[in-house]
Structure formats: structure tokens, C-alpha cells
Design a protein around this ligand. Structure first.
Ligand code: SF4
Length: 86
């Protein structure tokens, strides 16, 4: 019987409204290991889910977006990390 390999995905998740991206490139400048520009001048991300150690930089990238199309959620609690709900 084949072994089941569990793929660890990371606690936090990016929800990205690609349609709303205006190609400002701010996210790419802030976090180039996560965001890159595609030929259609829209940003795309490399990893949908990530862990705590990458949270700060991912939030900074989301904050830098002028049209706020990057959202970050905590998959364990369901809480929206960015944009902040105060
Ligand atoms: S900062 Fe926002 S608008 Fe600019 S490329 Fe990134 S997702 Fe698109």
C-alpha cells in the first residue's frame, strides 16, 4: 500500500484579487521572494500558504499595495490578518 505523504502547507494564506491589480509592483519590491510580475503586468505569488516566520513580510507586501487586493487570513482561526479588523 502506498504511503500517504502529508504536505505541510503553512498556517497563513493569501487571498488575492488578481483582477484588481494595477501593476504598481509595490508587493514585488517589498517581498520579491513571494511576488513577481507576470507578462500581463499583474502580480502573481509563488506560495499561497506560509508560516509565522514569513508573516511579517507578507503583511508588509499586502500593506504596500495601493489598491489593497492582497488579503491574508489565518487558516487556523479563520481571522483576517490583513486588512486588519479592529
Ligand atoms: S502592489 Fe498590488 S497593485 Fe501593485 S502589483 Fe502588487 S498586487 Fe498588483
Amino acid at each position: 500500500m502506498a504511503e500517504t505523504i502529508e504536505v505541510k502547507k503553512g498556517r497563513y494564506k493569501i487571498i488575492y484579487n488578481r483582477e484588481g491589480c494595477i501593476g504598481a509592483e509595490a508587493c514585488v519590491i517589498v517581498h520579491p521572494n513571494q511576488w513577481y510580475m507576470s507578462p500581463d503586468n499583474k502580480a502573481d505569488f509563488k506560495k499561497e500558504q506560509f508560516d509565522q516566520e514569513e508573516l511579517e513580510l507578507n503583511v508588509e507586501a499586502a500593506e504596500s499595495c495601493p489598491v489593497k487586493v492582497i488579503k491574508i487570513i489565518d487558516t487556523e482561526t479563520g481571522k483576517v490578518i490583513f486588512p486588519r479588523e479592529d
